[in-house]
Ligand binder design. Sequence first.
Ligand SMILES: *Cc1c(COP(=O)(O)O)cnc(C)c1O
Length: 348
Amino acid sequence: MNEKLRRLRAYAPVEGEGCVRLDANESFLPMPREVLEEAKAAVESLAYNRYPDPAARELCAAFARCYGVRPEQVVAGNGSDELISVIFSAFLMKGEAFATLEPDFSMYAQGGALAEGRQVPIAKEDFRIDVDQVIRVCQKEGVRLLIFSNPCNPTSLVLGREEVRRLLRGVEGLVVLDEAYMDFSGQSLLEEAGDFPNLIILRTCSKAIGMAALRLGFAVAGEPLSQALRAAKSPYNVNGLSQAVGASLLNRPALLQQARERILASQRELAEGLRELASQRPGRFSVLPGETNFAALVMEDGGRVQKALLDRGVAVRYTGGLLRVTCGQPEENQLFLRAFREILEVRP
Ligand SMILES: *Cc1c(COP(=O)(O)O)cnc(C)c1O
């Protein structure tokens, strides 16, 4: 086995059969009835013996209408995870430098390692992105590709639009802006995707949109870049059922808006419960002021707390030095808050 494979480890989701799942930042909402009906019709009528549309035209058109971009700028992927790996293999040459802003989403390091890039990890102070520092390091290290999530997983913090624009103007290489959680924030650069020749924006249907099982992600970029991506991906990367069901939901922006509001209400409730607990125990932990569907907790013994929660039937994730708790149904949030309160009674 070669060197790059020996160092890789398979992604390990939190185990927890029968647990309350607040560990993967999924939506807690079921698929709306009317979309389910259309999905059933799609199952009946799909041409199973034929390859699906390689350009996923109807799906990309639905996404474009929903988000106010041009369909030519949109490329669909088998989850944005696939697009991350296609971007690394297509845009990075062996030995070239790529930068990540740590802590951030773990798939970036994996994609870069498989493409045999040289990782330049830039540590965030207090979990915040310092645009000047990033520009400086990228220049100094000759970075060809910078990738980061905004809002960030796992910190939940968002970098304002104007700061992202400043970053885009200051960095020479390709910038991959992963907006997986931007449905929960107002700082998207989607409508400006074509204005920056070095920008690819990633979006996903796995978080706010609630279709993690279907594996649907999108890359949005100006035409030279979106054409290059279309050429680099495997032709039939998005299966026919996912294309049909994805288009059906994206064609109903009112349903998406309702879902977003319910998730945001749950997130507010979770954050309020956490802030109350934090104020009763000064110095024990703090909650970062995020704009996502999860709460990021700074606490010294986060790893221990994650295990103790799992013992009590609540799965959350401990990553990047943060305890990350996805918001859930009201009763799931309450269950988590109760278990967390009990655990906090025990001194580390
Ligand atoms: C969840 C997540 C993704 C993965 O999305 P898929 O479309 O399900 O592959 C990408 N980026 C970030 C930052 C995420 O948190």
